[in-house]
Every structure is written in C-alpha cells, then in structure tokens.
Design a protein. Structure first.
Length: 334
C-alpha cells in the first residue's frame, strides 16, 4: 500500500454520520491562500438518519454551472423530516463547492474537473482532495447514489434520468428501476465518451446502485427542469424505501445511446446554425447543423451530418463553437 493510500483525508466533517436525527453542517477542507492563511473550503452537507434502512447519497454541483441538482437538494435538505426516513440520507448539494460559487464547470482554485478526478488524492489539489473524500469516506456508506447533472453553460439536453449498461446485470437492473422511478420525461441508457476518473465509475465499481441526470442546460435552470429534479429525488427515495410514501411515477420515453455514432463534433470553429431542434427526429446523413466561418463573408459553411437515425437529445448551447466541440448528440427511442 502506497503512502498516499495510507494518508488520512484532510477533510473533517462537522456532522456525525452515525447519529440519528437531522444534522446540517460542513465538510471542512483546509485551504491556505493569500486572503486566509489558515482558511478552509466549507462544503455544505446534511445528514438525516432514522431507524434502520439503506443509505442514499445525493449530490449536485459536481460541475459548478449546473443548477437543477443544487436547487432540488438545498430544498430537500430544509424540508426532509427525520420521522419520514427509514435509513439515512446524505445530501451534498454542491460537491465541487468552489466551482459552484464561481458558476464554472471546473474549480477556480485548481481548474479541476471533479467528475474527471476520481479516485482523487488526499495530498493532491483541492479538487483531488474532495474526490478522495467521496471515494474513501462517503461512497462506502451508500447503497444508492444519485448525482445530478445538466448541460451547464455549453450544452443543452432533453430532460432525462440515466444509468449505464453494466457487467453486473443485477446491479444494472436495480439502477434502471430507480431511473424509472425518477420519472423524468425521458429515461436514458447512457454511453459516456470520456469515462476515465468519473464519480459514476467510482460508485459503480464499488457495486453501488448509481443513477444520474441531464436536465436541460445553458448555465441556468427553469421552473420545469427544477420541478423535474425535485419530484425525481423524492420518487427515488420512496422507491428505495428510505422515505415514506409511494413514488409518483409518470410516463417516460426510454432512449438508448448505443455507440459512438451518437456524437457529432465540430472540425472547424465558427458560428453554428442548428437545423433541428431538441427532440426532433433525425435521419442518417441528415444535416443537423451548419458552421459558418466568421473571418469573412461569402465563405461556405461546413455541414454536420447525422451518423445514425434517432432524435436530437443534446446540442452545443452557445452560438460560437471551436474545433473539437461536441455539437449534437443523438439517441434512439426504445
């Protein structure tokens, strides 16, 4: 075992995870900086424990410019009653708290992308220390994990809850049962294009039931998208038997991302013109967007063509794109 594996996390919780009742506190991470030599990053956390039952770990703000999760979880932290719980609910509305306060995808401290930093390091950067604490301290406590995401400032998504295809089919089935219970307008069998270092992977490799979301985007939330998140998290807790009541299951359209042909990338930068809208049907080889060069007038735009039949489930959000940007994502209906 290496020195890093032996070193304790520098993060100190101000809550007792074994205590019954409701506790609101912090994960305190020492962070010495110019304006505070003995300063700390104070990550808000709520723990609600009552009786016997499974543990749910609920997280938002893994990326700091995604707001549906923090809205739903700050609301749940103030409203959840201990007497309605059988088991334990751990709520962290803003995992990457520095990024959340800055409204950026990555941390302003170290430019760390928390969702590409697992398993983390207890002696690493601030972001790596946060990942390490979740990897070694919080994930082992959990039976089910719900991590909220949306498109942030650079993507827009159809509102869906998702889980991954897994080698362990029993684990996969339990995950998709909770996706169904979440009852987003769409439910996705999700493919990741960059899964190395992800929180998802860390949880799944521990055998946890893991589900996630993509609920809109554009660096903001709407009444609709926040409502989907708030209803969905309660549904998941009820379906898992952790919170009293029956999940209010609504119809959902199942989608699948079968392979890499789902994704379309810009090969040139410029001004993007979308030619199909979210949820529209798309045929293989159909032009879904044009990219106009912006250095001069009269130049022909490049075309982005679909590699498969499907529906548009995600798109690049700002009007200008760079070479290499993901500009469109397709899924097939199930």
């Amino acid at each position: 075992m290496s020195e890093t594996e032996l070193r304790a996390s520098p993060i100190t919780p101000t809550v007792d995870f074994s205590a019954h009742g409701i506790q609101h506190g912090f994960l305190r991470l020492p962070y010495s900086r110019d304006d505070s030599a003995w300063g700390s990053v104070m990550i808000p956390i709520t723990v609600v424990k009552n009786g016997e039952g499974p543990t749910a770990l609920l997280t938002g703000g893994n990326h700091g410019d995604e707001y549906e999760g923090p809205i739903a979880l700050f609301d749940l932290a103030r409203s959840l009653k201990a007497e309605d719980v059988s088991g334990r609910v751990i709520i962290v509305p803003a995992m990457n708290y520095p990024a959340f306060l800055a409204g950026t995808r990555t941390s302003p401290i170290d430019k760390g992308n928390l969702n590409r930093s697992f398993p983390g390091r207890p002696d690493g950067t601030v972001t790596q220390k946060i990942a390490d604490y979740f990897q070694r301290e919080l994930l082992p406590l959990a039976d089910i994990v719900l991590d909220f995401h949306s498109g942030g400032k650079t993507l827009d998504f159809l509102p869906f809850c998702a889980a991954h295809i897994l080698p362990d089919k029993a684990q996969e089935q339990r995950s998709f049962e909770l996706v169904q219970a979440f009852s987003a307008p769409y439910s996705m069998k999700m493919l990741e294009i960059d899964a190395v270092g992800m929180y998802d992977t860390a949880a799944e490799e521990m055998g946890k039931v893991f589900i996630t979301t993509e609920l809109g985007g554009g660096g903001t939330a709407t009444a609709r998208s926040a409502g989907i998140a708030k209803r969905g998290v309660i549904n998941v807790l009820r379906q898992a038997g952790i919170v009293k009541g029956k999940a209010e299951v609504a119809p959902t359209q199942w989608l699948d991302m079968p392979d890499g042909d789902c994704f379309a990338f810009a090969e040139e930068g410029g001004l993007i013109e979308p030619l199909v809208d979210m949820g529209d049907a798309v045929a293989r080889d159909q032009v879904v967007a044009r990219i106009y060069p912006t250095g001069r007038t009269g130049a022909q735009p490049s075309e982005i063509r679909a590699k498969m039949d499907g529906i548009l489930c995600a798109r690049h959000f700002p009007g200008l794109v760079k070479a290499g940007d993901c500009v469109a994502v397709l899924a097939v209906t199930v």
